[in-house]
Design a protein around this ligand. Sequence first.
Ligand code: ADP
Length: 219
Amino acid sequence: MGPGFGVWTPEPPERLNRCTIGELPIRRADGSRRHGGVRGRMTERVVGRTRFVVVDGDITKESVDAIVNAANQSLLGGGGVDGAIHRAGGPAILADCETLGGCATGDAKVTTAGRLQAKKVIHTVGPRYHGRDEDAALLASCYRTSLVRAREQELRRIAFPAVSTGIYGYPIEEATRIALATCADVVREHPEAYDEIRFVCFGASDAAVYRHRLALLDV
Ligand code: ADP
């Protein structure tokens, strides 16, 4: 058997980053990696010491330490995921929000989660998309600041929606790239702080974009 035709073996468990069927990463018996064809879509990956998971579903059902809300600057409720979180969590969330004096775009503030299974809600305000450079910086700031707030309160499992990609019009591909790259940067800076980050997509097409981007992420 010539070079490059070694026996293929599955990834050892400690290196396994879970993929969709048919995309299992494999390595040669001599330890070298097979390149090409394995980077399709991934549902779960470990970045540093933190599990990144892509989920297709309703974020209000997540039983994590904190769910992130894509709120508006008033923090007094809105449509989309914001409306869903207030409806499912009940009036205690709004009561808490009313004490906070709003929230600037790119910033994040923490409230009770009311009746939700999550312990806390982290409200962040994404930018309305105008195609300006500052949009990307503000969206990155939403993810980074939300993770700072989580760390401050020792919230180790966090679920994010696709901030700004609904009513605020951010293109899903670009928003996903920013979301994953920013979260990856933060967990590399603070590998001890986070057990799991869940990216909760509302619908299969957004989830497919996230899974593709997760597969492209350098870990
Ligand atoms: P924004 O104003 O920041 O764009 P939206 O709530 O309009 O906020 O949309 C943000 C994302 O949240 C969109 O991808 C939308 O499809 C999604 N979304 C809406 N409801 C839910 C929900 N219950 N769970 C998870 N994601 C949701």
